[in-house]
Design a protein around this ligand. Structure first.
Ligand code: SF4
Length: 331
């Protein structure tokens, strides 16, 4: 078993709401009791609907969201951190090692900066180089690795397509030589043909630069072709986690099965047995009692309304949180 680069334990990210229709002192629990290990060198997928807490978890690991309860540990060859306690110099060091690739390649790049300056900015802000010559050498190096044409470094972002802009965003995220990268819906805004190109680039960078990725996506078909392991989130909690092949072959949680049913398929049997999700995800400010999924679960029973399911280990190295996962597995 590969050692974890990131260990998340009983993590909570809570936002006080003050006085609301829910009463005084209401709290929005964007994440509630989340535990997860991200192995070194893995391409770890995090999936769920919009509002499930995926982005908040990625931001909390990067210390860009407030950590209210629990712990996040980060241990690579250079640094070992309790992320919640990071301040000052230690936080600056952590920013070099843990980076983010943004979702929207159109909004993420300043239109007034050249591509060279955009990629160089993290080096200059973090003081990682001692001369312009050294900065330029590192910019050219990462631009080549991200398959950017060096002629393009003098141009401005508006001259590029979405795929090229995302390569620029990736180069900017990797120029500080991080060991961990959060890719938050990084191909969602791109055409399908370009998505494959960017995913192939991320996979080759992972191998060549020894990176660990947290790949956040609402699209399970993208995760299936990219990730080694997957965690499924619903309303601020992880409900299932497994190696990717096992999760797709034997989804144990009813929510995972509903997400998989939403992937378009040409198989008429798949369409017939599909479990469609109905209704919207409830508010994390007022989550349902018991199992949070019970208001939308097609196989919910009375116990689900009052008792929160515990996470259990399952064969194949996965975990699932459902009272009735064994009884409700499709034949
Ligand atoms: Fe559905 Fe109950 Fe399992 Fe929750 S615990 S997923 S409501 S069957």
């Amino acid at each position: 078993m590969t050692a974890p680069l990131v260990q998340v334990r009983a993590l909570g990210v809570h936002y006080p709401l003050g006085r609301t229709v829910l009463g005084r002192g209401a709290v929005l629990k964007a994440l509630d009791n989340v535990s997860l290990d991200i192995p070194k060198g893995s391409f770890f997928g995090l999936v769920g609907e919009s509002g499930s807490g995926k982005t908040t978890l990625g931001r909390a690991i990067l210390k860009a969201a407030p950590i209210s309860t629990g712990e996040i540990r980060f241990d690579d060859e250079e640094v070992s951190h309790d992320v919640a306690r990071l301040r000052g110099r230690a936080l600056k060091d952590y920013r070099k090692r843990a980076q983010l690739i943004f979702q929207d390649p159109y909004a993420a790049l300043s239109p007034r900066m050249t591509v060279r300056d955009i990629i160089a900015e993290p080096l200059e802000v973090m003081g990682l180089t001692s001369s312009r010559m050294e900065t330029d050498a590192r910019v050219r190096d990462i631009a080549r690795k991200c398959r950017l044409n060096l002629e393009h470094l003098r141009r401005y972002p508006h001259a590029f397509s979405g795929g090229q802009r995302q390569r620029i965003s990736i180069a900017r995220a990797l120029v500080s030589t991080p060991s961990f990268v959060v890719a938050d819906e990084s191909v969602a805004a791109l055409d399908v043909s370009i998505q494959a190109d960017i995913l192939n680039l991320l996979k080759s960078l992972q191998r060549d630069l020894d990176l660990t990725f947290l790949f956040i996506s609402h699209d399970l078909s993208v995760v299936a072709h990219t990730c080694d392991q997957v965690a499924v989130m619903y309303l601020g909690q992880i409900v299932e986690q497994a190696p990717v092949a096992d999760l797709f072959a034997r989804p144990r949680h009813p929510y995972t099965r509903a997400l998989l049913s939403a992937i378009p398929s040409l198989d008429p049997d798949a369409a017939r047995t599909a479990q469609r999700l109905t209704g919207d995800i409830p508010s994390p400010a007022d989550p349902p009692s018991g199992c949070r999924f019970h208001t939308r679960c097609p196989v919910a029973r009375d116990r689900c309304k009052t008792e929160e399911p515990k996470m259990e280990d399952v064969s194949g190295g996965g975990t699932v949180a459902c009272h009735f996962w064994k009884e409700t597995l499709p034949a």
